[in-house]
Design a protein around this ligand. Structure first.
Ligand SMILES: NC(=O)C1=CN([C@@H]2O[C@H](COP(=O)(O)OP(=O)(O)OC[C@H]3O[C@@H](n4cnc5c(N)ncnc54)[C@H](OP(=O)(O)O)[C@@H]3O)[C@@H](O)[C@H]2O)C=CC1
Ligand SMILES: CC(=O)[C@@H](O)[C@H](O)COP(=O)(O)O
Ligand SMILES: [Mn+2]
Length: 382
């Protein structure tokens, strides 16, 4: 039996993780954390008989405390306390955004294995995060579908045989459209992802292709592969999740229906595999799998992310912070879809690259980039 804390339990990944737990006798949840949705968190805690929870939002935490007989932690310190005090063996980090870095650092710092959905942790502080894991011996098991696929593909290959990692991208709802056609796309259009059902922020990132840019940086840190050996190919069916090219030019691919319960289950049971109650992939029924290059002119976020990754230091952190501000503004109806990339690009120009020597440097770079990006968003609105 493996004891598990789920951070971001009320979200898309968190709720699917609970589904996996429900059908797994191997997993026992001992702690749950979320941002502010205390009602859902209490419902989950009751169902899973969890006595220790945390809410990042202090107001939500005090509401929860009035209705919960167990222990309620508040704020980001509360998430840390939950992770440190529950004596869990594994943490699933399914929080959204750079705010998820707190749980990542607390988990790895305690030497606890981390099932990582929160890709932003690796984007904003990849070197520091992987160094911390190395120092404490904790393992990072990716949950992101492409990285889970790569993790499984590279596992048994001898050292020196892997030449290239390829991430697939659905292309999002605006694949095949020209830039001027999507400049004023609505929130509903951006949220209409063709293949995956996910939270709002990542769904918008898929529509701008920033998601694939963040995933390039995530892959760079997870697999220690330089950017020139990381590729993206558009694959609208989302059946092939990733490919690995070997030195003999063989390409290994990982296939499956687009269902996050599969990579979640893999990460939570690793290194074992458990049965997952999802439909079988019937390739004859799928019929056609297609691939095309990404359109970098229409979707500049992918180029910006690659450039920020190559620049290193604070650049990926600035990219991420600006993107979070811009995506939130878009979702709130305060920024046109077509200006998201522009806010990110201008913020990168105005926040010179700094070295990130400590997590405190990450927090400072993140805060400054948010300030600059917010100014740019306000200027667009004026
Ligand atoms: N959804 C998917 O299929 C995939 C998601 N991912 C990644 O997984 C992460 C989660 O995505 P998704 O589930 O879609 O997002 P959702 O928006 O659906 O859920 C986000 C979760 O994060 C919680 N949260 C917000 N702020 C904090 C905080 N400060 N501390 C703790 N928890 C917090 C929210 O709590 P509350 O609701 O209470 O505010 C919620 O539980 C993202 O990094 C995303 O990129 C990766 C691959 C696929
Ligand atoms: C399910 C998952 O892993 C997402 O990150 C997915 O990759 C999003 O789809 P896109 O390929 O459109 O970005
Ligand atoms: Mn992904």
């Amino acid at each position: 039996m493996r004891s598990l804390v789920i951070v971001g339990a009320t979200g898309s990944i968190g709720r699917q993780a609970v589904e996996v737990v429900r059908s797994s006798p191997e997993l026992r949840v001992v702690g749950l954390a979320a941002g502010r949705d205390w009602r859902t968190l209490l419902r989950l805690a009751e169902e899973l008989e969890v006595e220790h929870i945390a809410l990042a939002d202090p107001e939500a935490a005090s509401q929860a405390a009035e209705h919960f007989s167990g222990r309620v932690e508040a704020g980001s310190e509360g998430t840390i306390a939950l992770i440190c005090d529950t004596a869990c063996e594994l943490v699933l980090n399914a929080a959204v955004g750079a705010a998820g870095l707190t749980a990542t650092v607390a988990t790895l710092g305690e030497g606890i294995d981390l099932a990582l959905a929160n890709k932003e942790s690796l984007v904003v502080a990849g070197e520091l995060v992987t160094a911390l894991a190395e120092a404490t011996g904790a393992r990072i098991i990716p949950v992101d579908s492409e990285h889970s696929a790569l993790f499984q593909l590279v596992r048994n290959e001898p050292p020196g045989t892997i030449e290239r990692l390829v991430l697939t991208a659905s292309g999002g709802p605006f694949r095949g459209r020209r830039r001027e056609e999507i400049e004023h796309a609505s929130v509903d259009q951006a949220l209409a992802h063709p293949t995956w059902r996910m939270g709002g922020k990542i769904t918008v990132d898929s529509a701008t292709l920033m998601n694939k840019g963040l995933e390039l940086i995530e892959a760079h840190h997870l697999f220690a592969v330089p950017y020139e050996r990381l590729d993206v190919v558009i694959h609208p069916q989302s059946i092939v999740h990733a490919l690995v090219e070997l030195n003999d030019r063989a390409l290994l691919a990982h296939l499956g229906l687009p269902d996050m319960r599969v990579p979640i289950s893999y990460a939570l049971h690793y290194p074992e595999r458990a049965d997952v109650d999802v439909p079988r992939l019937d390739l004859a029924r799928v019929g056609t799998l297609t691939f095309e290059p990404p359109d970098l002119a229409t979707f500049p976020c992918l180029r910006l992310a690659r450039e920020a990754g190559i620049a290193g230091g604070s650049a990926p952190c600035v990219l991420n912070a600006a993107n979070e501000v811009a995506v939130n503004a878009f979702l709130a109806g305060q920024l046109p879809f077509g200006r998201i990339a522009e806010v990110v690009e201008r913020t990168l120009e105005r926040c010179p690259r700094q070295p990130l020597r400590h997590f405190m440097d990450v927090a400072a770079a993140d805060a400054e980039a948010r300030r600059v990006a917010q100014e740019l968003v306000t200027a667009v609105r004026a």
